[in-house]
Design a protein around this ligand. Sequence first.
Ligand code: SF4
Length: 168
Amino acid sequence: MQKILISGCLIGQKVRYHGKDALCQHGILDKWQQEGRLVAVCPEVSAGLPVPRPSSEIVGSGGGQAVLAGKARVITHNGIDRTEAFILGANKALQVATEHHIKIAILKSNSPSCGNNTIYDGTYTGKTIAGTGTTAALLSQNGLTVFNENQLHEAETFLFKLENDTSC
Ligand code: SF4
């Protein structure tokens, strides 16, 4: 059975920067939870960051890939450089995924760690731009397919193909 990596905040863990969750109540997640597929991670907490903590954004172009390449930084709204912690958290999430042979992740949209399509733009004004968070980028680079909480039907279809693909 394929397991699925999921952002802890999406299943109710109060690990977000403001101390709350981002609970996503959806029948697909309920089913996966009952099947024992979900493996929760919070890269930022795994890296030792506290709850609550100052919010962070990726500053510089290129999103998470650029952070991993040393070409952009992750900075809190009050100017603290969290780049190393975000890279550490991404590696810890990858380690969990590897241990469980995970090929699919459902990660929280827009997050500088978890965003898969869009992230906050680095101006701390709530604007988003195309790009991936640091963890989403590292997981993608290592072969995982990353969805967000608004793409659960696509993820379900992908999972079905993964488990029913007899061509390999
Ligand atoms: S790092 Fe990811 S899992 Fe942790 S609170 Fe942020 S979005 Fe949720």
